[in-house]
Design a binder for this molecule. Structure first.
Ligand SMILES: [Zn+2]
Length: 195
């Protein structure tokens, strides 16, 4: 066991509405008994504080495991963030304009240096807010912000709002869909990773 986490990222929330949307979803999760209302020392990310599983947390997961209540919290993150899946590498990136998939790793899962060239430094540009992290697609030649690219297995996601569940069993697709609905039907990415 490592420190397993799942992050649901809202891909459409803006800097301005992230806080309010985060509060709305949290309120729903507390009302459903999926997480506890108070923040306790129970997560590994951020400041270590989060919401422990509530009495009905099993509503959110596929196959509930017995949970260790100490390290299984929810952390809500707002603000411009490049979310990633921790260990490993992204396998491929897909252009939002031409939908061409660009392989980023070879058959033994080693990063392909040249394939990464169009993306170098772009996450940083976007995260720092100084630029949009414009990527020139090697396939169609079009330009688009790195936040609009999609990544195999949702390895990365650029957004202003993310819900990280630490150590929870696999979140069910019904649950992630309901959460997306609470976000006003925004597009979401679901990252699954380990620290
Ligand atoms: Zn393209």
């Amino acid at each position: 066991m490592g420190d397993y986490f799942q992050t649901i990222v809202d891909l459409d929330a803006t800097e301005r509405d992230a806080q309010e949307l985060g509060a709305r979803v949290l309120e729903w999760l507390i009302a459903e008994g999926i997480v506890a209302a108070e923040r306790t020392d129970c997560v590994l990310g951020g400041d270590g504080y989060g919401h422990a599983p509530g009495p009905h947390f099993t509503k959110a997961v596929e196959e509930p495991d017995p949970v260790d209540l100490w390290s299984n919290g929810l952390h809500v993150q707002t603000g411009r963030t490049v979310f990633d899946s921790g260990q490993g590498d992204a396998g491929a990136a897909t252009c939002p304009l031409c939908r061409t998939e660009i392989r980023l790793v070879d058959e033994v899962w080693e990063p392909i240096e040249s394939a990464w060239d169009p993306f170098k430094g772009r996450f940083q540009d976007w995260a720092e807010g100084g630029g949009e992290g414009i990527v020139h697609c090697p396939s169609c030649g079009g330009s688009s912000g790195i936040d609009r690219w999609s990544w195999e297995d949702d390895y990365y996601a650029c957004g202003h709002l993310g819900f990280t569940f630490w150590g929870w069993a696999e979140l069910s697709s019904d649950f992630t869909r309901d959460l997306g609905r609470k976000l006003g039907g925004h597009r979401i990415a679901v990252l699954r990773g380990k620290l």
